[in-house]
Design a protein around this ligand. Structure first.
Ligand code: FES
Length: 586
């Protein structure tokens, strides 16, 4: 549907090309300041942008690489092997998009093949908006209710219950009419399968009132609703749409779902076009649409907070002292803030709203995480944007507050936000921990865990192997102390064996202490390990101190779509149960 064009991004003279050294060469385009990496080898030249796939950081020479093949990102130390165009840190992870190298009379041109931006298809001129015609109401976390010419759209509804097992809880109290706004929506967009966006406790309530409500998701390789059937939530109208194609709602309203460049199997973002006005919600994408986004959208919404990962809060031993963590978290927070400011400066939206970061580690067991996992404040980000991009109107949303887009786009109006009624609470002050704790605890006494063979059954079902990593998994109490009657076992993922001690060969090693209730609930239901890792439900140490992308990606994104057959497992076992726990590591 869309054409492709080749953009010349850099041209170098024959003299410059002749000066290339073997290995990595750094070059900058003097016209736009953009930087490039050119790799010279006997076979010829390879080139790419000097731009890290993670969050756009700049690469410098990796002094540790004596072969001159690797560069290191100045932001978070990812490493790219330019000779293969593969990232070596994280290992076995991403590849870098290459540029076309065209040699001409000894000189060189670097060309980037760019597919046409899909939102330019049948582009529409903005039409005037009446006050009240296009409004955006903030409900909670990443959940907004939009009214566009009378059509109600809701994003990522999380209105009740925890996310990531019971690690995340709503910071804000959703407004009193949040359920009515949700249940009367014409359609819902769910950006991805993480439980702060795809909230089964919320969808359960919704399904009781509107089982056939249309819910749109992107066509990610891991289906967003992969767990729907097993969840017993009866939603009947899930619509999976292809990326980058306008979906027409009516003559004035259409939307398009776009992929994330770093996590295409998982994350998506959304463009809405109402009467030629573009509303963009990048949600949690690390590099939404690989960084190619419409300029000057009318409203841009992005995440801002950080702290949405177990790293480094749940890491222990080695360099992970409290002081190191504090320093790292502070630095990362600043970098994220800076990155969002740069994004806003580049895209120049008319209105900007940071959201999708309003969670808290409210559970009493997670006080440690709550105290150290300090997040960015939306007010601070907006203050920075007001300085750096004064033309952009910023909005720090409060639950129940409504932005009127027509007023926000009108320079004559200084206040386009209708505040919630006086007395509307902003923050939650109580959460129903007991109900969800009970559900997780229900897994602990399962018959499955009375048999040593569950370990082999589970990891065989998981299907991860041929990777030189040994993991020790220890079941613990709430304070991560090993349980006397809990399992403690090793998995050697090179050949998927379960040794009683670490192999003598050189290997990567991870030790993961998991809270028993959450771990067993995850195992029984075939859930992804994001409940454990992103939900702060474990403590991790590693030797060497390397992020094993393949392992975590498999257990957090790629586990089988149907849970293990535990009934069949129990039927296949001899009586009585083997509860000797003989795989305890000595
Ligand atoms: S490692 Fe490069 S931007 Fe994060």
């Amino acid at each position: 549907m869309s054409g492709q064009r080749a953009n010349e991004v850099l041209a170098l003279s024959a003299e410059d090309v002749a000066s290339f050294k073997f290995g990595i060469n750094f070059r900058k385009n003097p016209n736009d300041g953009k930087c490039y990496l050119i790799y010279k080898e006997e076979a010829g030249l390879k080139a790419c942008r000097n731009q890290c796939k993670h969050q756009g950081g700049v690469f410098i020479t990796d002094m540790e690489d004596l072969n001159r093949q690797t560069v290191k990102c100045t932001k978070h130390n990812w490493k790219l092997n330019v000779s293969t165009m593969r990232y070596s840190n994280p290992p076995d992870s991403f590849s870098q998009e290459e540029l076309e190298v065209e040699l001409l009379d000894g000189g060189l041109r670097l060309l980037e093949l760019v597919p046409q931006d899909p939102w330019l298809e049948e582009q529409r001129d903005p039409q005037p908006l009446e006050p009240g015609e296009a409004t955006v109401t903030y409900l909670s976390h990443a959940c907004m209710a939009l009214s566009l010419g009378g059509v109600r759209v809701v994003f990522d509804p999380w209105l009740t219950g925890p996310a990531f097992a019971r690690g995340w809880w709503l910071l804000h109290q959703p407004p009193h009419d949040a359920w009515d706004l949700l249940c009367s929506a014409d359609f819902i967009y769910i950006s991805h399968m993480h439980s702060d966006h795809l909230s089964y406790p919320t969808l359960k309530v919704l399904a009781e009132r509107r089982p056939d409500i249309p819910i749109y998701v992107g066509d990610t390789s891991r289906p967003v609703f992969w767990y729907l059937q097993h969840s017993n939530v009866k939603l009947t109208n899930i619509k999976v749409v292809p990326f980058g194609i306008w979906q027409n709602v009516n003559q004035h309203l259409r939307f398009m779902i776009l992929m994330d460049g770093v996590h295409p199997a998982l994350d998506t973002c959304l463009l809405l076009d109402y009467k030629g006005h573009i509303i963009m919600n990048t949600v949690d994408c690390t590099r939404p649409n690989s960084g190619r986004l419409p300029l000057r959208p009318d409203l841009l919404m992005t995440d801002f907070a950080g702290g949405a990962s177990g790293f480094p809060m749940t890491f222990c031993s080695g360099k992970y002292t409290e002081a190191w963590k504090e320093d790292f978290i502070r630095t990362e927070r600043r970098k994220l803030l800076h990155y969002k400011v740069q994004l806003v400066k580049t895209l120049q939206p008319r209105v900007y709203c940071p959201f999708a970061g309003y969670f808290t580690e409210a559970h009493p067991s997670d006080t440690y995480i709550k105290n150290i996992n300090i997040k960015n404040k939306a007010e601070d980000l907006n203050a920075e944007i007001n300085k750096m991009a004064p033309n952009v109107t910023t909005w720090t949303p409060k639950p129940g507050a409504t932005l009127d887009l027509a007023l926000a786009l009108d320079p004559q109006h200084s206040d386009a936000v209708r505040a919630p009624p006086p007395g509307t609470p902003v923050y939650k002050d109580r959460w129903d921990f007991q109900r969800y704790d009970q559900e997780l605890r229900s897994a602990v006494g399962s018959q499955v865990f009375k048999h040593l063979a569950w370990v082999q059954q589970y990891y065989t079902w998981a299907g991860f192997r041929n990777y030189n990593l040994v993991v020790r998994v220890i079941e613990t109490d709430e304070d991560f102390a090993p349980l006397a009657d809990g399992w403690d076992y090793l998995v050697d993922f090179l050949d998927l064996t379960f040794p009683l001690s670490r192999p003598i060969r050189e290997h990567n090693y991870l030790e993961i202490r998991n809270r028993v209730g959450v771990m067993r609930y995850v195992v029984l239901n075939g859930l992804l390990w994001d409940s454990l890792y992103i939900g702060f439900q474990n403590r991790i140490s590693r030797d060497p101190d390397v992020y094993h992308h393949r392992f975590w990606d498999h257990f957090q994104v790629d586990l089988p779509l149907t849970p293990p057959d535990w009934e069949g497992f129990l039927r296949s076992l001899p009586d009585p149960p083997d509860d000797s726990h003989s795989c305890r590591v000595g």
